[in-house]
Design a protein around this ligand. Structure first.
Ligand code: PGA
Length: 254
């Protein structure tokens, strides 16, 4: 089965609505017509509306960076799936290591959010990754297996088809340190095997697994050449139209 490459920009807590609009305009001009690679941008909640309107008539998809698992109610400061859908979101990033680290997300909350997103019709981009201490301890695969299985508990064969996994080694995020292509591929192949054990080979072969962590135009070609790396979840390099455009071009050339 041939998977499509997917380049997603995680803008994190950057850009006001007007700054986000300017970046979105530039991206639509540069890569709005790309059809051979899946492309998405994930701005802050406050910029989803304006960015959604700008990318609406292009091939660039919209994603959010988080959501709550409940549908509505007394959860001050939280956002529900149907609010994201109404603004045009197709994707939602879940379980990013920054949310696990600073906002007490656990495999359990990531699982609840993953199920809620799928049920609502959003495609979750589920993030997993080991810390430097875990890698040095030699427990990387165990950590990844626990996170992948934890996030996907109760997700059925139909549900998994809308899930994207992002492998983001925590020590490589925003640090300029990238996993070597071989290191990344080893974990990606392991994630696919974990999926195959649960859902069978055919379904596992269809799941997009993205790499994230200091991915940029210079290192993308080598990473994207790996068998099980199907794209990137891009932080820093997604904040400039030129570098994000070059990353999409790298995926088109891969
Ligand atoms: P980075 O972030 O590209 O800036 O390392 C990636 C991410 O955290 O999604």
């Amino acid at each position: 089965m041939s998977r499509r490459y997917f380049i997603a920009g995680n803008w994190k807590m950057n850009k006001t609505p007007s700054q986000a609009a300017a970046l979105a305009e530039a991206l639509v001009k540069n890569i709005g017509g790309v059809t051979k690679v899946d492309v998405a941008v994930c701005p802050t909640f406050t910029s989803l509306d304006v960015v959604g309107k700008i990318v609406k008539n292009s091939n660039i998809k919209l994603g959010a960076q988080n959501m709550h698992f409940e549908a509505s109610g007394a959860y001050t400061g939280e956002i529900a799936a149907d609010m994201l859908l109404e603004l045009g979101c197709e994707y939602v990033i879940l379980g990013h290591s920054e949310r696990r680290q600073y906002f007490a997300e656990t495999d359990e909350t990531v699982n609840k959010k993953t199920c809620a997103a799928i049920n609502a019709g959003l495609k979750p981009i589920v993030c997993v990754g080991e810390t430097l201490a875990q890698r040095e301890e030699g427990v990387t695969m165990k950590v990844i297996e626990t996170q992948v299985k934890g996030a996907l508990e109760g997700v059925c064969d139909k549900g998994i088809k809308s899930v994207v996994i992002a492998y983001e080694p925590v020590w490589a995020i925003g640090t300029g340190k990238t996993a070597t292509p071989a290191m990344a591929e080893e974990v990606h192949a392991f994630i696919r095997k974990t999926l195959a054990d649960k859902y069978g080979e055919e379904i596992a072969e269809g799941v997009q697994i993205l790499y994230g962590g200091s991915m940029k135009p210079e290192n993308a070609p080598e990473l994207l050449a790996q068998k099980d790396i199907d794209g990137g979840l891009i932080g820093g390099a997604a904040l400039k139209a030129e570098s994000f455009t070059d990353l999409v071009q790298a995926a088109l050339n891969a």
